[in-house]
Design a protein around this ligand. Structure first.
Ligand code: XMP
Length: 478
């Protein structure tokens, strides 16, 4: 990474402050770019989903890992629930998507409430465990009888194929049948999953993030309070592939003690720890046993830390400084927070991060755990920060009323924010396509065939607010 001559920054920079200068390139196709990372996460695209309650649940974990990313379960999830989610994610098919399942005597109201939990827009009706029909999501404004049973309302299944059918053949069969969704079956004719045309296409583009047994990977977070080694051990025994030791101020004695204790337990999985924004913070966590340093104080969409405290650091510079130190010591960095456009992921990689961690942007998808709401502006979900009054209240639900009230006074996050579902990109995979398309293209402009080459070769400049504004499209035209 280098800056254009004469543009060396005299101050810290945000993602918006920076632009990438095109290089002479021999990489002509976006498909020639290898997006895999080398930080021990196994990610084949540089995306990790933040350990936030409103974002990282089982549907998010399964869907993101299938496309090559990694989801971190929040530290607030009780150990038995985390173990259940880990087992569930590891049991998922690598290509077939998990269907929404209904029994023939369920009513349409139930079907329409469940279908938006997945992005493929259908539920499969089962009769004695055999798939017998499909219920599509009702179109807006389309009247349906919510009390009809789905058995009598279901459409016939247009394409049913064995689960090991090549995704390309599934795609072709769907085109031939002029259908959107194929039902995939196991050897006994039972339901193995579903695949859309887009899912079949994606299966040919992305590589799932899998463990040594060939199952989807998932990570889990641990805080710095209580018996951290017991929780860490239980998570690894449940199958977690990576642990994140997480607190808002990662450069503190308690973190170093907790991280050191977990590292000493030698659990056999990579350890990520944070958050820090300085070279010394990075060094101290690497010395305490972290393989990956989580960087970011205050850039997050739900964060109020910078406004409350004045503490933090513009994220591009924080990532660049921490990544340089981490690399010198054989460790890696995740750029955590403030990702709002595909360019931000490209710039995080350019700055030296192995992965970008995304939270709130993914809250506005069908796969996030929250309920789907509708208002006159469209669909939305509610997100909240992990240091918000709401998250703190949930975390301290076992405390006395006095202690809960006392802790809630010290919030540093937004308790309720409506995150819109983008009708163009309602599923997390739509956002992953959007981000990966941008980052692949950045690599071709930079002359990079890998993400490491992107970091090595990138030439950056510093722009004014007008420079950033100039690059924003005018969707409405003049
Ligand atoms: P985005 O911008 O993707 O950032 O939502 C995700 C990261 O934000 C951090 N986070 C918080 N920071 N108060 C904070 O100061 C909060 O309540 C809060 N909740 C999340 C966290 O690092 C996450 O990964």
């Amino acid at each position: 990474m280098r800056f254009l001559d004469g543009h060396a920054p005299g101050h810290d920079l945000t993602y918006d402050d920076v632009f990438i200068v095109p290089n002479r390139s021999a990489v002509t196709s976006r498909f020639d770019v290898d997006m895999s990372t080398a930080d021990g996460t196994g990610t084949t695209i540089p995306l990790v989903v933040a350990n936030m309650t409103a974002i990282a649940g089982k549907r998010m974990a399964e869907t993101v890992a299938r496309r090559g990313g990694l989801v971190v379960l929040p530290q607030d999830v009780p150990i038995d629930a985390a173990a259940h989610t880990i087992t569930y994610v590891k049991s998922r098919h690598l290509i077939a998507e998990t269907p929404v399942i209904l029994n023939a005597d369920d009513v349409m109201a139930h079907a329409q409430a469940l279908i938006p939990k997945r992005s493929h827009g259908y539920a499969v009706v089962l009769d004695k465990n055999r798939p017998v029909g499909l219920i599509p999501r009702a179109l807006p404004g389309h009247e349906i009888d919510l009390f009809t049973d789905v058995g009598s309302a279901a459409d016939p299944i247009p394409v049913a194929l064995p689960a090991d059918t090549d995704p390309r053949a599934v795609f072709d069969a769907l085109v031939d049948a002029n259908a959107d969704l194929a039902v995939l079956t196991d050897e006994s004719g039972g339901l193995a999953g579903v695949l859309t045309r887009l899912g079949a296409l994606r299966a040919g583009i992305y590589q799932p993030n899998v463990d040594a047994r060939g199952n989807l990977r998932i990570a889990a977070a641990v805080g710095i309070n209580g018996d951290v080694v017991a929780r860490a051990t239980a998570l690894v025994e449940a199958g977690a592939d990576l642990l994140v030791v997480d607190t808002a101020h990662g450069h503190q004695e308690k973190m170093i003690t907790a991280l050191g204790a977990i590292a000493a337990a030698d659990l056999g999985v990579p350890l990520a720890a944070g958050n820090v924004v300085s070279a010394q913070g990075t060094l101290d966590l690497v010395n305490a046993g972290a393989n990956i340093i989580k960087v970011g104080v205050g850039p997050g969409a739900m964060c109020t830390t910078r406004m409350m405290t004045g503490v933090g650091r513009p994220q591009f510079s924080a990532v660049a400084e921490c990544a340089a130190v981490a690399r010198e010591h054989g460790a890696s960095v995740w750029a955590d927070g403030g990702i709002r456009h595909p360019r931000d992921v490209a710039l995080a990689i350019a700055a030296g991060a192995a992965n970008a961690m995304v939270g709130s942007w993914f809250a506005g998808t069908y796969e996030s755990p929250g309920d789907l709401h509708t208002d006159p502006h469209g669909e939305y979900k509610v997100s909240f920060g992990m240091a918000s009054k709401r998250a703190v209240a949930a975390r301290s639900s076992g405390d006395s009323a006095y202690d809960r009230a006392r802790k809630a006074l010290f919030e540093e996050g937004i308790s309720s924010s409506r995150i819109r579902i983008d009708p163009e990109r309602p599923g997390v995979e739509d956002l992953i396509d959007h981000i990966c398309s941008g980052v692949r293209s950045t690599a071709t402009y930079t002359g990079a065939a890998t993400l490491e080459e992107l970091h090595d070769k990138v030439v950056l400049g510093v722009q004014s607010a007008a420079g950033f504004a100039e690059g924003r499209p005018l969707p409405g035209g003049w």
